[in-house]
Design a protein around this ligand. Structure first.
Ligand SMILES: Cc1cc2nc3c(=O)[nH]c(=O)nc-3n(C[C@H](O)[C@H](O)[C@H](O)COP(=O)(O)O)c2cc1C
Length: 232
């Protein structure tokens, strides 16, 4: 399949057959997921590949027993995190420094700018500081105005994680299988199953399997491109 065949063949599959999808297929798609572009290369995602049959049933229940979740051969939970940036930043820096000394600009970016954007405190003092600084500086020059709050930061990490999910699903299609992303779930229950804290957000649960007959609901429909593509 060429790139556009993959794009055109990917559909949301609501019912799968009993066919086993080899682990290597999922592993390859997970590798593709982690190759996605991501904000400042901080890779704020996690993927929980649910292997235990017991946990799979619990997850399907938390996904409201949707057909996709019930019949999926594999269930993968994509999670975005606001608390892994410091660890990942240090790992990236170590890797970079192994080949050449860090430039002053890069050092400044990762050790001053990134912490000033990502750091949170329980009283919202950093958020207030960012709000004031962004709004005052923004009077004089164009600046990045977010993230301010914890909610904004979740938006940053979730945007990035969604791109990884798309890589994952396309990689599943490219290998001849089907998938379906789900946001129809009880996040509180999923977080309990996965033992996630308040610095994690469940972005999507993705079901993977071989599409069953009738498992794709009708032809793909998209609104007229003129409604959504604007040339200026
Ligand atoms: C973030 C997100 C959440 C979704 N949640 C669900 C879901 O909970 N259940 C479901 O059946 N489909 C879900 N879908 C699939 C969409 O309904 C589907 O992508 C859309 O109808 C277009 O169909 P297509 O993917 O076959 O092109 C979701 C898709 C996305 C991107």
């Amino acid at each position: 399949m060429n790139f556009f065949d993959v794009i055109n063949n990917r559909r949301s599959v609501r019912r799968f057959t009993d066919t086993t999808v080899p682990d290597e297929v999922v592993q390859k798609a997970l590798d593709a997921a982690t190759k996605a572009p991501n904000s400042s290369n901080l890779q704020p995602w996690e993927f929980y590949w649910c292997k235990s049959p017991e946990k799979k049933v619990q997850l399907a229940e938390a996904c409201l027993f949707q057909g996709t979740a019930r019949t999926a051969n594999h269930l993968i939970v994509a999670v975005s995190r606001i608390d892994t940036w410091e660890r990942n930043r240090d790992l990236i820096m170590q890797k970079m420094q192994a080949t050449e000394p860090l430039s002053k600009d890069l050092h400044n970016y990762y050790y001053k700018i990134i912490p000033s954007l990502y750091r949170q405190d329980p009283f919202g003092i950093f958020a207030l500081g960012r709000f004031l600084i962004f709004n005052i500086m923004g009077l004089f020059k164009p600046i990045v105005r977010r993230p301010i709050s914890k909610k904004d930061l979740f938006e940053v990490v979730t945007k990035t994680t969604a791109l990884a999910c798309q890589n994952f699903m396309l990689a599943i299609t490219a290998q001849g299988y089907g998938s379906c992303p789900m946001e129809g779930f009880d996040e509180k229950r999923i977080k309990k199953i996965l033992k996630l804290n308040s610095n994690a957000q469940v972005v999507m649960v993705i079901g993977v399997g071989a599409p069953a007959p009738g498992g794709i609901f009708g032809p793909q429909f998209r609104v007229d491109p003129n409604l959504v593509i604007h040339q200026l």
